[in-house]
Design a protein. Structure first.
Length: 117
């Protein structure tokens, strides 16, 4: 039996605000969008979804640290653009022995880590 990761999902309350954050500000490549969901990273074996939290159980998952880390090639440039665009930084960009990292939050407070390695 073979098991692999297909996708991960972040739940939000407003898909248009989420699109403004994930597509327009963060610059994630959009694979597709419906009335209730967006999917990112077209052609990748694992995708990331952003979906409306329609059920009570999904609403409980809105506004938390997602545990998701995105690898960014030009992290200083992206963080500067995010800051200029009004993104909320939970943790500012800082250097560590393992690289550079920042933590940002979307319009619902869902947190994502950005790293350069």
């Amino acid at each position: 039996m073979s098991v692999s990761l297909k996708n991960i999902v972040i739940f939000v309350t407003d898909l248009e605000k989420a699109r403004a954050f994930y597509v327009d500000l963060l610059g994630l490549p959009l694979a597709g969008q419906s009335e209730m969901m967006m999917e990112f990273f077209p052609g990748a074996p694992t995708t990331m979804g952003v979906a409306l939290a329609l059920q009570d159980e999904a609403r409980k998952l809105v506004g938390r640290h997602t545990g998701i880390t995105l690898k960014v090639e030009k992290i200083e440039e992206l963080c500067a653009a995010l800051k200029a665009g009004g993104a909320c930084f939970v943790e500012a960009l800082e250097s560590s022995p393992w690289g550079k990292m920042a933590v940002i939050a979307d319009s619902d407070g869902n947190q994502l880590a950005l790293v350069n390695r």
